[in-house]
Design a protein around this ligand. Structure first.
Ligand SMILES: Nc1ncnc2c1ncn2[C@@H]1O[C@H](COP(=O)(O)OP(=O)(O)OP(=O)(O)O)[C@@H](O)[C@H]1O
Ligand SMILES: [Mg+2]
Length: 264
């Protein structure tokens, strides 16, 4: 079974192509690292898979079905996390929002919902954190609850948009291990976007590297190469391996954060 199949998908935003012509197939259960510079279309791709952005051309299927908004089989951790307005909530109630369709505030949880939320909170090891108000939690601790929220309903596909943003290297590893654990627990397919590949090297099956409206999917050795990345960045790129770390360099600078590339 395929978790995703995209066939010549073209997406315009503000009249500009963000995805020019993307075709790819991801098998069920794969852990896919989604890489690429700022503006490459990583978040847009996830929004397309959620049915929030419609392609102008091409076809796509998610979990062997047409894209449907609000598909309970798809869990999503968005990149933009406006948590401040929610911060008076206890962590537990925040996770439960996923079930109650964001009608947070006063609500009673059914026994089934409570069981589901308990499970999600338990999987990410946040039983104690969940008792505290979000306002009191650190960024990394909130990240854990956001992941729990994406897990509610036990999705078959997890779209995690930059779960490592703002985390220190040690905590990055904790979150990566957590997602790997969750994937095994659920048997789910994971799309995990990030700016650096190194933290994901131990867990990913495939890399989806995006740039200039294009996307290349394959193993690390197939995709993280000078020629492939130079093509995606539209500028000469070197790949430097240092022990178990990989750096993508354009000129003297790390390329992964520095460039904002657009399709011409
Ligand atoms: N609503 C919109 N209207 C017009 N352009 C948009 C809109 N949303 C996104 N874009 C543009 O689409 C491109 C891709 O954006 P996207 O957020 O998918 O990139 P990204 O790869 O997730 O980048 P980052 O690493 O910064 O998160 C960007 O150039 C962005 O400015
Ligand atoms: Mg993004």
């Amino acid at each position: 079974m395929n978790a995703l199949s995209l066939n010549h998908v073209r997406v315009l935003l503000g009249g500009q192509p963000v995805l020019s012509d993307v075709s790819l197939t991801v098998g069920a259960g794969q852990f896919v690292g989604v890489l690429g510079p700022n503006g490459a279309g990583k978040s847009t791709l996830m929004r397309v898979l959620l049915g929030l952005v419609k392609p102008v051309h091409g076809t796509l299927r998610v979990l062997e079905a047409p894209v449907a908004r609000g598909n309970a089989m798809v869990g999503y951790m968005p990149q933009t996390r406006a948590l401040d307005t929610l911060s008076r909530l206890r962590g537990y109630d925040f996770v439960a929002c996923a079930v109650n369709g964001h009608r947070w505030g006063m609500f009673r949880l059914s026994r089934a919902t409570r069981r589901e939320v308990d499970w999600a909170v338990g999987v990410v090891g946040a039983d104690e954190l969940a008792k505290r108000p979000l306002a009191e939690l650190s960024g990394g601790e909130r990240q854990r609850l956001l992941l729990a929220q994406a897990l509610v309903g036990r999705p078959r596909l997890l779209l995690l948009d930059e779960p490592l943003a703002g985390l220190d290297p040690r905590y990055q590893n904790t979150v990566v291990d957590l997602v790997a654990h969750v994937r095994r627990e659920l048997g789910a397919t994971v799309l995990f976007s990030a700016h650096h590949i190194t933290p994901l090297l131990g867990v990913l099956d495939q890399v989806l590297y995006m740039g200039r409206g294009r996307a290349v999917l394959g193993s690390v050795d197939e995709v993280i190469t000078g020629p492939v990345l130079s093509h995606l960045y539209g500028t000469p790129v070197d790949v430097v391996r240092l022990g178990d770390r990989i750096f993508v360099m354009a000129g003297n600078a790390p390329a992964e954060d520095a460039h904002h590339v657009h399709d011409a």
